[in-house]
Design a binder for this molecule. Structure first.
Ligand code: TRP
Length: 434
């Protein structure tokens, strides 16, 4: 079994895939709207603090757990102690719940690609967004189509597709983002957006903001559902995973900040509401494109590249369940993909409908879409990250000195892994459940 497992062709291929997993809708869609709902700059400070310190630890731990056990994620837990199997199974379950709403947003992207080519004259994009998200039929089709694209890549084995997406499409995406930032900064009142993003009002900080920032940080780094563990399990060479972790965190943060600097000046310039929620980027971006010659085509190009970023993330989420199905049940990749497609569709359809047909239906006061988002980012992912820290730190004896030369940093890592980070994660989980 061991020899039949896939592995990365090179260290570069692994890093690219891991960065591809991290950079996605979390950066471009989720980060700006969560920051907008949480008061801007103060949230950014808390977020950066968490992503640069606390999140580094479970990221390295997850990669290390995959790399040392060389098993898919349930097996990785089982190999430490058979009783931990159930805890391991929480990872693919979390993943399936995340995918159920992630692919809905993927569907919105497909809709906007069509919009870019359609050349229609729209004046009120907030209205447009609200109308199309209510349209059950087209949303289901777009969501399932997006899911299908990701499943297809995953079923065919992933290396070539991911390498192309990351080597060619991601740099193109960065260029188009830079271009949009420049356009956005030239809009009237752009400075108000920059102030909103970078001038913190510390009185806004509260425990809930920490939980939301943590949820966003885990989400955007793909920590806490076995994606990094599974990718880590395909690493062959013996080189350090801390460097990979730095690269992942650095690139991911760069993309998130770029998304913010692109969006917030435009929001203030066009008099939109920063706290308007999940539609924020979809409502704001068309206004920026409308100012640019050939804006329609550029909008289509932007969303095609965003789709590529979202597909490389989607693939990494699918891979967790596919690896679990194929390795545990001796199933072919194709068959596993088919089953997973069916399971996710069944959950994604109610999430898709939560803006229209099911808008009155709520779970704990939230729509299906919002509930899935909240339950995964703010509860399940911190919980999974907590287990990863405890298991690698206390049961597997993973230590800082295994990957870091500097003794002080290694010591700090150990204390973080065993005590500080699990305590912070538990504390924030408590805040979330209260
Ligand atoms: N990090 C990705 C993004 O920002 C989404 C993602 C991929 C993810 N794999 C994950 C989120 C695993 C949580 C867990 O779009």
């Amino acid at each position: 079994m061991e020899n039949q497992r896939p592995s990365w062709t090179s260290r570069g291929a692994f890093i690219l895939a891991a960065v591809g997993s991290a950079v996605g809708l979390g950066n471009i869609w989720r980060f700006p709207y969560i920051m907008g709902q949480n008061g801007g700059a103060a949230f950014l400070v808390v977020y950066l603090l968490l992503i640069l310190t606390v999140c580094f630890v479970p990221l390295v731990a997850e990669l290390a757990m995959g790399k040392t056990t060389k098993r898919e994620c349930i097996g990785a837990f089982e190999s430490v102690n058979p009783k931990l199997k159930t805890i391991g199974a929480l990872n693919p379950i979390t993943g399936i719940l995340i995918m159920a709403f992630y692919f809905v947003v993927g569907g919105w992207i497909l809709n906007y690609i069509c919009l870019g080519f359609a050349k229609c004259e729209i004046t009120n994009y907030a209205q447009y967004f609200s109308n199309f998200t209510q349209d059950a039929y087209s949303n289901c089709i777009f969501t399932l189509l997006f899911l299908f694209i990701c499943v297809l890549f995953t079923a065919r084995g992933i290396k070539k597709g991911i390498e192309f997406a990351n080597n060619v499409l991601m740099p193109m995406f960065a260029v188009i983002l830079l271009f949009l930032i420049i356009s956005s900064l030239q809009l009237p009142n752009a400075h108000l957006g920059l102030e909103y993003m970078f001038k913190p009002d510390f009185s806004k900080i509260n425990p809930h903001m920490f939980l939301t920032a943590l949820g966003q940080a885990l989400f955007t780094l793909s920590i806490g559902m076995g994606a990094m563990l599974t990718y880590g399990s395909y690493i062959k060479d013996d080189r350090s995973i801390t460097k990979s972790a730095y690269t992942i965190i650095f690139s991911d943060t760069l993309f998130a900040l770029m998304a913010g600097i692109m969006i917030f000046p435009a929001i203030f310039s066009f008099g939109l509401e920063p706290d308007s929620g999940a539609g924020l980027v979809f409502v704001t971006l068309p206004y920026i494109f409308a100012q640019i010659p050939y804006g329609n085509l550029l909008l289509a190009a932007f969303f095609i590249l965003l789709m590529a970023a979202a597909v490389t993330s989607g693939i990494s989420m699918l891979e967790v369940s596919v690896a679990a199905f194929t390795e545990r049940m001796n199933m072919s990749r194709q068959k596993a993909c088919l089953y997973i497609f069916i399971i996710i569709s069944a959950l994604a359809i109610p999430a898709t409908l939560s803006f229209g047909l099911l808008s009155k239906f709520s779970i704990f006061g939230k729509s299906v879409f919002d509930f899935l988002d909240f339950a995964t980012s703010n509860l399940l992912m911190p919980l999974n990250a907590f287990f990863i820290c405890i298991i690698t730190g206390w049961l597997m004896n993973i230590e800082g000195k295994m990957f870091v030369q500097n003794k002080l940093v290694a010591k700090l890592f150990d204390t973080g892994l065993r005590f500080v980070v699990p305590a912070i994660l538990l504390g924030l989980l408590y805040v979330g459940l209260k």
